[in-house]
Design a protein around this ligand. Structure first.
Ligand code: A3P
Ligand code: MG
Ligand code: MG
Ligand code: MG
Length: 420
């Protein structure tokens, strides 16, 4: 710990204005206590073990104690613009979705012209609105497959879509982008991220499988500054503006399309994607799991449904799981649609920062707590991957100690069953 402390002090001296150093120092030292060297076994960090409640409240407080409320306003408004434009592009594609739009990447996940178009568009807007020599974007897609001869027609369609969306917006009076411009915009997302400086983090379509099914998906954009998430935006074109469990189907279907936005120290807001009805949102305040519901991935391959079921039973949750795709889960949780999000990936899967950065700040600024299954805070400063212990869990500060206990017990049971 002594070594870590001096490293943090040296770091904060070198990269931080003097008036912020003490704050950064206490923030990092607090966070370091939640990052024991990564371990494959499931164990609570020592502080979480001693007092889960204290650990959780300091986790949630760590994001808000630093006063950033006047910072990152411009970045947030540009991020909202970029995500809204990308959402328009995605909506147009989903409307006309044909099976032939699906390409197969080497990892066999479906990638559509909307993934590429959304990434090109967000990259274009960020660079144009926030010009900077040190512009850095960590994004999911790259142009490798699109540069192949066989993809020429797809690239033309993407270029046309991007230009049509820019023209529709009307705020950029520029000659149309060429196919080469589009490829270059996509490839600006190759940054490795890391602990120093600013990095945008983009999932151009999170929940591609949901998108292809016509279900939930999200355009997820976040900003890291010195390794911390400071801005996050989730465009969720298919998410109803009313709570997801609303019984009145007419109300659910009549207004869809939510934009969640969060800035460090300034809370989380939700508005409709067309710009009306802005409201501040907060996670559920319930302290009683019996009256709560939980979210998990629609795809059983992405999260262990049996384990979540066992965790929910231990907590006494009565409601069936709410299975939806993408970081729309974080958005729905931030406005109190449910009280838990459980994501326990199958063994060997490494989470990526773009699958969680925007959702993380949307939930934490709404009063929620996000940890891995061992109670450690998430560390977005280590590059493109997010190394977590076993899984990611989300709830409010009151319920987190209960949730951690249930998760730990369920994991222990499944480990001992597997060793029989
Ligand atoms: N085996 C796996 N385990 C966990 N997550 C996975 C996975 N395979 C893919 N994913 C990630 O799960 C994300 C979707 O999350 P969800 O299940 O909540 O909808 C995908 O994002 P993309 O759709 O952007 O590729 C992908 O990054
Ligand atoms: Mg993907
Ligand atoms: Mg994703
Ligand atoms: Mg994606």
């Amino acid at each position: 710990m002594a070594t870590s402390y001096s490293v943090v002090r040296a770091f904060s001296k070198r990269y931080t204005p003097s008036f912020l150093s003490p704050l950064l120092l206490s923030f990092n030292v607090c966070n370091l206590s939640f990052f024991p060297s990564s371990s494959s076994s499931v164990a609570l960090s020592s502080e979480a073990k001693k007092s889960p409640a204290r650990a959780c409240s300091s986790l949630s407080a760590s994001a808000t104690t630093m006063s950033f409320s006047s910072s990152y306003e411009k970045e947030l408004s540009v991020a909202k613009k970029a995500a809204s434009l990308a959402a328009k592009l995605c909506q147009a594609v989903q409307f006309e979705l044909l099976q032939s739009d699906v390409q197969s990447k080497l990892d066999k996940s479906p990638v559509t012209i909307a993934d590429y178009g959304s990434q090109a568009l967000v990259s274009f807007v960020l660079e144009r609105e926030l010009p900077s020599e040190s512009f850095s974007l960590v994004a999911e897609e790259d142009s490798g497959d699109l540069r192949k001869d066989s993809a020429r027609e797809t690239l033309e369609r993407i270029t046309k879509l991007v230009n049509e969306t820019i023209a529709l917006d009307g705020s950029y009076v520029i000659p149309p982008l060429t196919a080469e411009d589009v490829l270059a915009a996509i490839d600006r997302g190759k940054s490795e991220g890391g602990p120093y400086g600013r990095h945008w983090v983009l999932d151009p379509i999170d929940g591609t499988k949901g998108f292809l099914r016509g279900d939930q998906y999200a355009i997820a954009l976040a900003l890291l500054d010195e390794g911390r998430v400071v801005v996050g935006v989730l465009g969720c074109p298919n998410l109803p503006l009313v709570p997801i469990n609303t019984v009145d189907k007419l109300a659910v279907d009549s207004a869809r399309g939510c934009l969640f936005s969060a800035r460090i120290g300034a809370g989380t807001h939700m508005e409709s994607l067309d710009g009306s009805q802005t409201q501040k949102v907060h996670v559920s305040a319930t302290e009683n799991p019996a009256e709560a519901s939980f979210f998990e991935s629609f795809e059983a391959a992405h999260s262990m449904h049996d384990l979540s079921k066992n965790i929910a039973q231990k907590l006494g949750v009565q409601a069936p799981p709410v299975r939806i795709d993408s970081q729309a889960k974080y958005g729905a949780l931030s406005r109190g649609d449910g009280a838990f999000y459980l994501r326990i990936a199958h063994r060997g899967y490494r989470e990526k920062i773009w699958d969680h950065a925007a959702g993380f700040i949307v939930v934490t600024e709404a009063g929620g707590v996000v940890t891995d299954a061992a109670g450690n805070a998430l560390d977005f400063s280590r590059g493109r991957y997010l190394d977590v212990d076993t899984g990611i869990i989300v709830t409010n500060a009151k319920l987190m100690p209960l949730l951690l206990n249930a998760v730990q017990a369920a994991i222990r049971e499944s480990q001992s069953a597997a060793s029989l």
